[in-house]
Design a protein around this ligand. Structure first.
Ligand SMILES: *Cc1c(COP(=O)(O)O)cnc(C)c1O
Length: 466
């Protein structure tokens, strides 16, 4: 990233000093970005006129596909690989294109909170869940023989359920404590003890669109000196910013609404600075995301492809207007379904009938509000429903969809539906689905960017079960 005159190659100290200048320049760019509105940050991030000048004037962030960075001399190599100066070195650890994505995400996640946050991007959402949680489950030398545990909402993504129950509990003996009703504060409190490493919740959850009381859970976690991790994939920072509500770490599958046009599989971990944690070095607490990036990420290797980072940067620019429109369409579809005679029940946090509606109405807010800047809640593009005829009726209506795609996907610009019990949550088995409270006839619908009337018309014809 630096231009160097080889004939006057400076020594290690000079490289470190140059690194300090580079870091200060980025700090200034961050401070400028923080003074801007959500959409402006989403469009520009840290890629300013100076950054463009260093990239042949390109107004769009360039794709740095090179695996490695050339260094001017051995001392720059030494300073860079020793993490003594900002550099990217090798794409498994860092990459300039990915860096722009990470910086934009960190700014959006901390938007309006006054907090400082950092982000590490990963090659999938599951890689993000793994990277963040694995680091907190390390053996504690101060408590030899102790079995670490985690406390998690059972209403979570099937992949997360399998990571925790199959990989962590069954293979590694970690004590995974599921909370069946994530709105039950007493159940969370009762599960925590001296070996609990973190609390984990999804808001809203996939597929049940359950919510949790983030401020209450954060207070509970902090009282025990442990962090609260929130997977906010379905909400995105346009609708919900968990760090501002007290959460320490936010996890995203960027494959979903953030990358709504569907060109990449990716994930991200964003953390506020100075999180509480019972294990790990001081650097882990001071800047969790950067620690994950530089050490566990380097060694475990879940890096994101820079081509994907660029596709995601492109989608991120329109996140807020997209989530505003998709959320309004989803509410219209939810209201249509709730009024339909063949439908047994609809789950959508924006409906008054949702058990978490009051909590969601308090915590969800579209960044920068409505067109007049008035505060307004938007609840994302995911809903779930059951039919009076159970699974057979669900299959029959599902097979009749002619616009909505049948796919295990969500947050997509194209509406998609799935039946979790026979797809995404099949691997959990009946017992796992009972833990997560997933009705076998549940249909999960992700509403996209089509005109809502066309989505409703497709559902109406499919529901005409004859
Ligand atoms: C899809 C999803 C994940 C996993 O993301 P991938 O990018 O598919 O690995 C994690 N959490 C939630 C809530 C999801 O919907």
């Amino acid at each position: 990233m630096s231009e160097t005159d080889l004939t006057t190659a400076p020594g290690l100290e000079a490289w470190i000093a140059r690194g300090r200048e580079m870091a200060e320049r980025e700090d200034r760019a961050r401070a400028v970005a923080r003074g801007r509105r959500f959409d402006t940050i989403a469009v520009h991030g840290l890629y300013d006129h100076l950054a463009a000048a260093a990239n042949q004037g390109a107004i769009i962030e360039p794709a740095y596909l090179a695996p490695a960075q050339h260094f001017a001399d051995s001392e720059e190599l030494e300073a860079a690989l020793g993490y003594l100066m900002p550099a990217w070195g090798y794409t498994r650890i860092a990459n300039p294109t990915t860096h722009y994505l990470e910086e934009t995400l960190a700014l959006l996640e901390a938007y309006g909170t006054g907090l400082t946050a950092a982000t590490v991007a990963t090659g999938s959402g599951m890689a993000a869940v793994h990277l963040a949680t694995n680091a907190l489950l390390a053996a504690d030398p101060a408590r030899p023989g102790a079995v670490p545990n985690l406390v998690a909402s059972a209403k979570c993504y099937g992949g997360t359920f399998m990571l925790f129950s199959a990989r962590y509990a069954a293979e590694r003996g970690i004590d995974v404590r599921w909370v069946a009703d994530p709105l039950d504060a007493d159940a969370w409190a009762a599960a925590i003890d001296g070996d609990t490493r973190f609390l984990y919740a999804e808001v809203p959850s996939n597929p049940a669109v359950a919510v949790v009381d983030i401020p209450a859970l954060a207070a509970l976690a902090h009282g025990h000196g442990i962090p609260l991790l929130v997977d906010a994939t379905v909400a995105t920072p346009a609708c919900l910013r968990p760090l501002g509500l007290g959460a320490d770490v936010v996890i995203h599958s960027l494959s979903k609404a953030i990358g709504g046009s569907g060109l990449a599989i990716a994930g991200a971990v964003t953390a506020r600075h100075d999180i509480p944690a019972r294990v790990g070095p001081d650097e882990l607490r001071a800047d969790f995301a950067t620690h994950l990036k530089l050490l566990p990420g380097r060694d475990l290797g879940p890096a994101l492809s820079p081509s994907s980072a660029l596709a995601l940067l492109s989608d991120l620019r329109t996140l807020r207007p997209r989530m505003d429109a998709w959320s309004r369409s989803t509410l219209a579809v939810a209201e249509f379904l709730e009024a339909h005679s063949a439908v047994a029940r609809v789950w959508y946090p924006g409906l008054a009938s949702h058990p978490g509606h009051a909590v969601a109405a308090r915590d969800f807010s579209l960044a920068d509000g409505d067109a007049e800047g008035r505060p307004v809640a938007r609840y994302g593009s995911l809903l779930a429903f059951t039919l009076k005829g159970g699974l057979p009726a669900a299959r029959s209506m599902y097979d009749r969809l002619s616009l909505v795609f049948r796919a295990t996907d969500l947050g997509r610009v194209k509406s998609v539906a799935t039946i979790p019990s026979i797809s995404t949550h099949q691997q959990q088995g009946e017992e796992g689905r009972a833990t997560a409270d997933i009705d076998e006839g549940l249909i999960r619908l992700s509403v996209g960017g089509e005109h809502p009337d066309d989505v409703i018309a497709d559902l109406a014809q499919a529901l005409d079960l004859g």
